[in-house]
Design a protein around this ligand. Structure first.
Ligand SMILES: Cc1ncc(COP(=O)(O)O)c(C=O)c1O
Length: 347
């Protein structure tokens, strides 16, 4: 019988789909085809479902998490959900510390899976004892809670090495030539990249070894660090959710990253809108950034190449931002102009 043991059994094995309509409209049918891996098909609707259970198992293995114990993670988003789902099934108490800028809907989503949400002030430094990072560390140090810390836990990229990479390799019959994915903790692009590098290395393939491209935001540290080995001076805020950082996580495996492509808020939100309207794929702005970078690359490649990109999560999570009013209030022009053009009455 084809019946899953529990919901965690249904994490991964997400489908691939061609983005041929966008190839026609964005690249005028030129260059390589682009394929999207749809992580919204995971039970918690994001790529972070893949790391929830492995992060918990890593804590158990290290003796940091005992039966019925508490897990605490500073997270407002997808990782909290992935952890909360696994914690609910395994009988652990999940606590998410979140900054107070996180919308109520997101807090309620974490609570729906049984997580306790501790709201901390956004306006304090990361080093301030009141910050959501320090609150989580305090629970670890004073209360013995297990803190997975996705930015420093090698179980994060390893989960992608074990699942996302092999899936893409097998789903494309080893024909993938380029992998393009957003980089937040770097777990997705690093672990998947390592597997694809190893699988394609030394194989007699016309395309040679798979090229791995990490997608970064304007204002983050990764692009400059990759180019110069130094942090940039102009680290600043941006609108894209989930990728880019202002520090260097140890979950980035630089040896597995062949290039870094920086994408602006304008281009990411425009492509998020195009994905929804032209491919009926509603994902977050980080997917917009990845798909923008994928098509920019694909345009220069021969038809025989195959570019795989990854859509990290579902657009429903960002509805308060996916409208022309919000976008215009934030100073974006391309995506609102496109959305107005695509809608008869201009809204
Ligand atoms: C929406 C979204 N996209 C992309 C990413 C980046 O994935 P990774 O942390 O594996 O680099 C994240 C990570 O938090 C995310 O939440």
């Amino acid at each position: 019988m084809a019946i899953a043991k529990d919901i965690l059994d249904l994490v991964g094995n997400t489908p691939l789909v061609y983005l041929d309509r966008l190839r026609a409209s964005v690249n005028k049918g030129q260059g390589a085809r682009v394929v999207a891996k749809l992580e919204m098909f995971n039970p918690g609707s994001s790529v972070k479902d893949r790391i929830g259970l492995p992060l918990i198992r890593a804590g158990e293995k290290a003796g940091l998490l005992k039966k019925g114990g508490t897990i605490v993670e500073p997270t407002s988003g997808n990782t909290g959900l992935g952890l909360a789902m696994a914690a609910a099934l395994l009988g652990y108490h999940m606590v998410c510390t979140v900054p107070d800028k996180v919308p109520k809907e997101k807090q309620d989503l974490l609570k729906a899976y049984g997580a306790e949400v501790i709201v901390c002030p956004t306006s304090v430094d990361a080093d301030d004892p009141r910050s959501y990072y320090k609150q989580a560390e305090r629970m670890r140090d004073e209360e013995g809670a297990y803190l997975p810390y996705q930015y420093y836990n090698q179980a994060n990229p390893t989960a992608h090495y074990k699942t996302t990479g092999p899936e893409i390799w097998h789903q494309t019959d080893g024909k993938v030539t380029h992998f393009v994915a957003g980089m937040g903790t770097g777990g997705t692009v690093s672990g998947t990249g390592k597997f694809l590098h190893e699988a394609s290395n030394g194989r007699r393939r016309p395309a040679g070894r798979v090229k791995v491209v990490a997608v970064d935001t304007v204002g983050s540290v990764f692009t400059n660090f990759h180019k110069t080995g130094k942090f940039p001076r102009d680290i600043h805020q941006y609108l894209i959710d989930g990728i880019g950082e202002d520090f260097m996580p140890t979950t980035v495996w630089w040896d597995e990253i062949d290039a870094v492509e920086q994408v602006s808020d304008e281009d990411a939100f425009l492509m998020q809108a195009k994905l929804a309207r032209e491919e009926a794929l509603f994902s977050g702005s980080s997917a917009g950034a990845a798909v923008h970078a994928a098509f920019k690359l694909a345009k220069k490649l021969p038809k025989s190449a195959l570019v795989v990109t990854l859509l990290p999560d579902i657009g429903d999570r960002y509805l308060s931002k996916f409208n022309v009013e919000w976008m215009e209030a934030k100073g974006l022009t391309k995506a609102p102009a496109y959305l107005r053009k695509m809608t008869k009455r201009g809204t």
